[in-house]
Design a protein around this ligand. Sequence first.
Ligand code: RUQ
Ligand code: CUA
Length: 675
Amino acid sequence: MPISRTTLIRGATIAGAVGIAAVAFSCRTTVKPGLVTGDAPSKVYVAPGQYDEFYAFMSGGFNGQVSVYGLPSGRMLKLIPVFSQHAENGWGYNEETKPMLQTTHGFIPWDDTHHAELSQTNGVPDGRWLFINGNNTPRVARIDLTRFETDEILEIPNAAGGHASPFTTPDSKYIVSATRFSVPIPNKDVAIDSYAKNFRGTMSFITADQPGKMDIAFQILMPGFNYDLGHAGKGPSQGWFFFTSYNSEQAFTKLESNASKNDKDFIAAVNYAKAETCVAEGKAKAFPSQYMHNYVDEKSRIAKSETKTSVKMLDPNDCPGLVYYLPTPKSPHGVDVDPTGEYIVAGGKLASVIPVHSFKKLEKAIADKAFETTIDGIPVLKYDAVLAGEVQKPGLGPLHTEFDGKGYAYTSMFISSEIVKWKLGTWEVVDRAPTYYSVGHLMIPGGDSKSPFGKYAVAMNKITKDRYLPTGAELTQSAQLYDISGDKMKLLLDFPTIGEPHYAQALPAAMIRDKQIKFFSLKDNANPFVARAESETGIQRNGKRVDVKVIAIRSHFAPDNINGVQQGDTVFFHVTNIEQDWDILHGFAILGAENAELILQPGETRTLKWIPKSPGIYPFYCTDFCSALHQEMQGYIRVAPRGTTVAVSATTSAKAQSQMARLESIHAGHTGERK
Ligand code: RUQ
Ligand code: CUA
């Protein structure tokens, strides 16, 4: 049974508390959940064997990953592991990828991803990389879009809750990360009620345009508010970055009421071109800070971790003109810059209007010194001096805005569960479409760029209730696809999503489809334990450590009989998939292993660590159905009691076996160990 939209109004109590639930809707429509009209089915139907038109990259929220969908079909194509271990392909379980999840807090195999952000050139997605933030233990990651793999993760020091992240500048010179939580900086033990005195926020500008070399270019020390979202300026406003902040009340308890008192909070307008000048002039201080940088070495495909020890910290007081505050109603969440770069749109969660600031007016207000006051030395501009206009009666709970490049903006309304389309410049609402239910972010392909690709809008909803077959107390997350090519939005499709997607971005499939790598070159494989042929496999003991080099090819492992391992040894299986063929993967799993399987893309080497706890025979097998004889792709390891003097040996195919036998006779009696 469909349930009414009003019963789903999450946050209605907050809205009630601040008295905005009274905002009237003249055009609230009768909800007919699930009703799609006319040619909707044919618009999302992608025939078997055909490709989708867009790749959509969705953050996985609390599953810590990125998931990739085809649009318009809504078919899920891939889950790209980022901050969370992923057993399906051994991410964070195998030895090569474990370093990716190292932080100064130790090995952290989980995070909360929020914002997928495509790299840009000239303000338009360019299909090089996708960035994604980890919100909990602040980190940013780079995903390479020729491999759909995470290549790099940078921890953000002096921060807590990396929510306003990883938004890019129009050239991807920088991505940013600003703190949601203010904390003492540097962090130390203080009384929580000393918040006003001790707690601060930071904004990090991270160099992003060189793979493997992400780093903090500089941080800006800010008043202790909650920094929530950000977007770079473009066109005339290029060189500026805009961040929303809430909790200008500086509450540290019961924020739902204590941080909802002020009529206006702020957008911080940061002149990062100015910051660069100040940093070059030596006005930033070296600030001791520990943080980790993890990246995948391209040749060996082994992740490396390095610890960094210092950042450049800029105090706005030492760099006049660096930051201005724009008063913005009320507890703003999203901040979005229109394709022309002139309008800065805020989504005030508790505001009854959508305020739009003007970049031209911002520049003039600065020149005129139209300041209301200052906060910690940061000038607060007058609201009227920077306001371009307000969208009246947009709905309840505006969160995020995207653009279609045809002069319209689309804002998600969390409380009233709808997308509202309005016109830039006149600020009139021209259309609204219900969402099921409680939409968070929405996304138009390229919708935050200089030239949106348009065509579709995707709503990412926080609640699905009755939309799908029920699955116990926890229901699927969901996205909805709308056709926005006409005057009126048309709902085309609901499709389930993984985790809780916050933001997503999409680009035309043709931009990256043909750049996908099909296999990794075995010749260039620089893993120190690679075996490129059966003759290069083998086994070696070094004290209690045993290294086994294994190859996988349809349909066998070599070696497949391994002897001489003892209970309590630490065994490393270095398995190389020696196929040089697209889509031919093998897996490797072993009885009793405490971690996941390995999945081996063609040409790559992956390493599984295994400590057998008791003597016996342990089978291993291929987990990826690779050929008609996949079920034959298996082997045995014999584990002897600790202290037995069984020489390690590994049986491979006939040719390699004869080589090994020769070696064996040479080394016989020496050490009982051989390669
Ligand atoms: S958020 S639902 Cu984490 Cu971007 Cu607004
Ligand atoms: Cu290799 Cu199945």
